[in-house]
Write a protein that binds this ligand. Sequence first.
Ligand code: GLY
Ligand code: MN
Ligand code: MN
Length: 458
Amino acid sequence: MNLRRLIPALALAAALTMSAFAATGLKFDKSEYAARRTALLEKIPDGTAILFGAQAISSYYPYSQANDFVYLTGVELPNAVLILDGRSKTSTLLLTATETAARAEGLDPALARDPKAFTGIERVMPAESLTSMIAMAASRGPVYAPFSPEELYREASTEKQFAFLRATTLNPWDGRLSRELQFVRVLKERFPQVEVRNLSPLIWELRTIKTPAEIAVLRRAAAIGVKAHTEILKACRPGMRENELSAVFNYVCEREGAQESAYGVIICSGENHPFVHYAKHDRVLKDGDFLVVDAGPDLDGYDIDITTSFPAGAAFTPRQKEIYEACLAVHEASLAVYRPGLTMAQCRQEVDEILKKKGFDLNKDYFRRMRGEFGHFVGLATHDVGGAPMTLKPGMVFANEPMTILAAEEIGVRVEDTVLITETGCENLTAGIPRTAKEIEAAKKADGIPQILKKAGR
Ligand code: GLY
Ligand code: MN
Ligand code: MN
């Protein structure tokens, strides 16, 4: 090989070698984060937003950047700060990071070497500039800081806030403030004249409407969730411990490229149906049991929320089938009516009309206990920010999750998909899981991973 040929070959080999160590870059193109910051800057024309990233952690969980922070920057290193100046429309990232610190988080060291080029954020300053930056912000007008708690690994902001409020109000000796409110307090102490406004709802308005780039990730995550749930259906047999099902789910998700599961796999069966988030996986399944399996993958930080309900054995009992089909009918009717502009109350009305036309008796106990339908937004958190919508808008992604529990009969049913509101209606991102009783019974005839392993003597 002559030298002319060799040099590009070496360059390619070097590139391949480097890519063998390829640490993660930003999850999206720089322009995606820039557009999100621009949209937020529009909302604060008179002031400055100050957003702290997550601190380093001391547990064996992976480091997770706070969702609001990663949404606006893509930066997944501890102790970064984002300052957005609404008047000059500029963004500043405060970050002091070594290449080793970046590599330790599995990130591209270029983030530490040249954070400006890497992130596309126009100004990068050392972390030591924080005090002067805050003083400048406070002297110029209102400061926007989040009042709601940051979402870290598998957390949801609203639930975290309620848990915190419960803990601090129930225990009169617990005088803590959240990290966010502590910052507001110190800011007011040091700059008594400053007006501090709540940044959280402004970011959440943006997060509630998914961009095409986010929808693309959610679609990929959804496809993984569909595969993993289908494998659970095939795997489930009486005599099996529930944690074998959870292992199947996590195995399939990670094999298919998800980094992890969005939340600990939930399995309710037998006497555990009333505990809707039961995740101990400690029952041995028996014939006649009915299961609720609620599980979803996390891909590139985005969660998917899916629940299937099915018999442990080969077939539904007539009673299980009756209740299951009622819940499935509510789910399908909801997906048929969702469209932009509708309020939740209007959806409910239309769903009831469809059910009545189909001949369902809405006075049945399981219908009266039915709840859920619109459950919560889904995105960077499984129970994503934004509460319940006033009206549906294109780009909203949420879990539709009707459920009914008849504890005395040890039957719980939940049918849950992650859906997207489109320009004209609704798209079920997690379509494709066997859903009718007939499809479920057919899927259960196939061997799942545990049966295949057993037959191979493993
Ligand atoms: N996966 C939790 C829920 O559906 O609420
Ligand atoms: Mn769920
Ligand atoms: Mn849900």
